[in-house]
Write a protein that binds this ligand. Structure first.
Ligand SMILES: Nc1ncnc2c1ncn2[C@@H]1O[C@H](COP(=O)(O)OP(=O)(O)OP(=O)(O)O)[C@@H](O)[C@H]1O
Ligand SMILES: [Mg+2]
Length: 222
């Protein structure tokens, strides 16, 4: 039997009902992404990139069409099952980070480990792993800062570290370098691609940055 496509969107439709009328964002979007592929999604502001990424990550459900991961229609699952699947397999870097304001840097990175079924009180190992990741994104000197006590770029780097802590097989990142200078952004991407190569991770990255697009295998234009 042939293996199903790793990530597949089939005829996705998504609209938002607003008081002045309906906003049609996706009107029949289909795509296929193979395991281990590094794909970037580009398009003008408002073209639906974040909407598409949220659907592919199972954070939102389409009005019509399917999102299949290894042949499984994840949008038809109950939210609790999707949340558990995401915690194990999909790291997400949100466009506006979604860091937890009352937790410090170290606690924010550790947060996704708590969602795993196998989670028990964080021992030394997972804390060491979090610190290694925070070191690689240049935040080891900010462990006890809360998000509000970080710069925009530091928050962005924290969001990337948090998305990688569970070693997900898929990383979806929404403009992960949008708030970084070219040098810091380049270093962050070096780490992100290196770690992803090592772990054969599939990357889906939304970006406006042609340099980042060049580092991916393929670009999907919206
Ligand atoms: N919850 C919502 N309710 C109503 N309209 C929405 C909602 N979310 C997004 N939209 C609209 O859908 C369109 C696509 O939004 P989306 O965030 O996917 O765009 P984008 O391509 O990620 O843009 P950007 O590059 O600015 O981040 C926009 O016109 C936006 O106004
Ligand atoms: Mg967006």
């Amino acid at each position: 039997m042939t293996e199903p496509t790793f990530i597949e969107a089939v005829n996705l439709q998504k609209s938002y009902a607003m008081p002045h009328g309906v906003v049609d964002v996706l009107t029949g979007m289909s795509l296929q992404i193979q395991a281990g592929e590094h794909v970037c999604i580009m398009g003008a502001s408002g073209s639906g990139k974040s909407t598409l990424m949220h659907l592919l990550a199972g954070l939102d459900t389409p009005d019509a069409g399917d999102v299949l991961i290894e042949g499984e229609a994840i949008h038809r699952w109950k939210e609790s099952r999707r949340a558990n699947f995401r915690a194990q397999h999909i790291g997400v870097v949100f466009q506006n980070y979604h860091l937890l304001p009352d937790l410090n840097v170290l606690e924010n990175v550790l947060m996704p480990t708590r969602a795993l079924k196998s989670w028990s009180e964080p021992g030394g190992k997972v804390v060491d792993k979090a610190k290694t990741l925070l070191d690689s994104v240049g935040l080891l000197h900010r462990l006890d800062h809360r998000p509000v006590e970080l710069s925009g770029g530091e928050q962005q780097r924290l969001a990337v570290a948090r998305a990688l802590i569970n070693e997900p097989k898929i990383l979806m990142a929404d403009e992960p370098t949008g708030n970084l200078d070219a040098n810091t952004g380049g270093l962050l991407l070096d780490d992100l691609f290196r770690l992803s190569e090592e772990q054969n991770r599939t990357l889906v990255i939304v970006t406006h940055d042609p340099c980042l697009a060049e580092r991916c295998h393929r670009t999907i234009h919206l």
